[in-house]
Design a protein around this ligand. Structure first.
Ligand code: 13P
Length: 286
């Protein structure tokens, strides 16, 4: 069912949980994410990477994901991820995206806020706008290993939120896109300061692939209401498909069978993501 991303994330946080946001480059993956979320009875966010949202094919994909989200039994949001240009934002919203990440994180804070404010004005009040302050290194599409980048400065947060009009704030606190070099280290005290400075604005953790379970389950307590995952989901699909591809070759090149393996891998991963993002609430209630 159609849902407002900010409402979904705010309710999750009130229950000490977060909402998983999974990158979907294609309809098969999105469908498997939605079906597993329906089975879990949990909301989910379908992230559309900018590459997948671009051009005529991208517009059609967003429209198809919109229909999928509206038809789902549980709340599903469609968000354009990491958009650095306003044209793409405009096209994705026209095609049915109900949230966007207006990503000005490569710019100085004031220019970043101005970019997000322009996106905010362009999409109007019905569309949820996320911003990113601080820069997250790495390339999630390619899963490159990365070093730590420029972390979010808690002192800049109130002015940035006022100036940008962002509904959610993605933070850089030691998280990276793609694989981590060594053990990930999240800076919890910085995150707590950001959470306090952001007041009621929910925070978003990008680059969740590779972050240990013990850290992910703690995130909602530090104001993280949305957890973005891409690389690990893709790895799960590649592992499932690579294992089977030779075997399937001898079974009549069934694309359907391959898609079944793909769907199963995405479903299992989505179920795990729901388990981790609700773990803290379950431990409190047990
Ligand atoms: P990972 O690829 O590191 O999981 O990051 C995903 C992400 O942050 C999507 O916005």
């Amino acid at each position: 069912m159609r849902a407002n991303l900010l409402d979904v994330v705010t309710s999750a946080l009130a229950a000490h949980t977060a909402v998983p946001a999974l990158s979907t480059y294609d309809f098969t993956t999105a469908q498997a994410v939605v079906e597993a979320s329906e089975r879990a009875g949990r909301p989910v966010i379908l992230l559309v990477p900018p590459k997948a949202a671009a051009g005529t094919g991208g517009r059609r994909l967003v429209t198809a994901l919109r229909a999928l989200a509206d038809d789902a039994a549980t709340p599903v949001c469609v968000q354009l991820d990491h958009a650095v240009d306003l044209d793409l934002i405009e096209h994705a919203v026209a095609a049915g995206a109900d949230a966007v990440l207006a990503d000005g994180s490569a710019l100085p804070a004031a220019a970043n806020a101005a970019f997000v404010a322009r996106a905010r004005e362009l999409v109007g009040p019905g569309v949820v706008v996320e911003a990113e302050l601080g820069s997250l290194p790495g390339d999630e599409d390619a899963a490159m290993t990365s070093e730590a980048g420029g972390m979010t400065d808690p002192g800049e947060v109130p002015g940035f939120l006022d100036g940008s009009g962002a509904d959610l704030l993605a933070v850089a606190v030691g998280n990276v896109h793609g694989h981590y070099r060594g053990t990930p280290r999240l800076h919890w005290s910085r995150l707590e300061q950001i959470c306090e400075a952001a007041e009621r604005t929910p925070l978003v953790l990008h680059g969740a692939s590779g972050i240990p379970e013990t850290m992910l389950v703690r995130a909602p307590l530090a104001g993280i209401g949305k957890i973005n995952i891409n690389t690990e989901l893709r790895s799960a699909v590649f592992a499932a498909v690579a294992d089977r591809i030779e075997q399937r070759r001898h079974q009549g090149l069934s694309l359907w069978a391959l898609l079944e393996d793909w769907t199963e891998a995405v479903g299992e991963f989505t179920t795990l993501a729901h388990r981790l993002t609700t773990a803290e609430a379950r431990s409190r209630n047990s």
